[in-house]
Design a protein around this ligand. Sequence first.
Ligand SMILES: *[C@@H]1O[C@H](CO)[C@@H](O)[C@H](O)[C@H]1NC(C)=O
Length: 306
Amino acid sequence: MRTLIALCFLAFVAGASADCGVCKTMKWGVCDGPPCACTLVLGVGNKQIVDCNNLIPKCFLMKAEMHRARTNQSTRSIGGKPVETAFVDNDGIYDPVCDANGGFKAVQCNGTETCWCVNSAGVRRSDKGDKNIKCEPVETYWVRLQLTHNATSSIPTTEHVKIAVENVLLQRYSLQKTFVKKVEYDPDARMIVVDLEKPKGDRSVDLPLVGYYMEKDVKVLPLFKDPAPFKLTTASTDVPLNNILVYYVDEVAPTFTMKALTGGVIAVIVVVVLAVVIGLLVLFFLRRREQAQYNKTQGREMEPMS
Ligand SMILES: *[C@@H]1O[C@H](CO)[C@@H](O)[C@H](O)[C@H]1NC(C)=O
């Protein structure tokens, strides 16, 4: 009887630790129990419960990364547009405000007085403004991954590259093939362009999150706990990826103002407008003086008559 209890206990401990040992989808995640729960530290005294069977929301990831950078823990070191309204993330990381599910709040300020609007990928989609900036939540429904690679032992076919990309997206990031709209391959440029797209209005899948995990994998800073390295393996050869650029296309076009219309251009416009206004004023006063002069002479001529 005693051995039975001991065995049950051992089995329970073994089961618990097997289920609760690691956070597969986030190397900084910590799983503890019983009852087993996995958490990610987002800030001082801010432990977020996360689901380590799925990709962790990007907003939580960014927050954790900012916290680690601030507390000197190890963290990140390091085609063309699909459509005219597509844009890239030039700002990089900031300390985001997340909603309860790990979504990005539409307004982000990075803990300062300067704020801006972001899309569902947390990427800035407006000019920077003050704290009163008004933003609507906007979904990113199309992500273009522009990948480049090093020399391969043989040149794979576009079809083989496409299958390899679809497989890695499914196996590593659990992304269904239906969302892989297009894979193009240029062997001379050693470039692979992958379009991940969902119907507008679809909220079932977070495509930029897949892009984010892949970005980290290509830059050899994987977010996964699993030491299995990221690899793109075609039927004929391994394709060693060396860089990735991510374009975002939102359901509503971003509202950046023309970048050219800054500094010098604005100064020139101000000077021209001022010159025109002064010219008009001078003309106006000259006319009035002429009018006054005319009235005076008229008045003098009238005098003897009265
Ligand atoms: C956010 O603030 C941190 C400093 O706390 C800074 O390093 C980072 O560049 C800022 N990011 C943006 C996008 O402004």
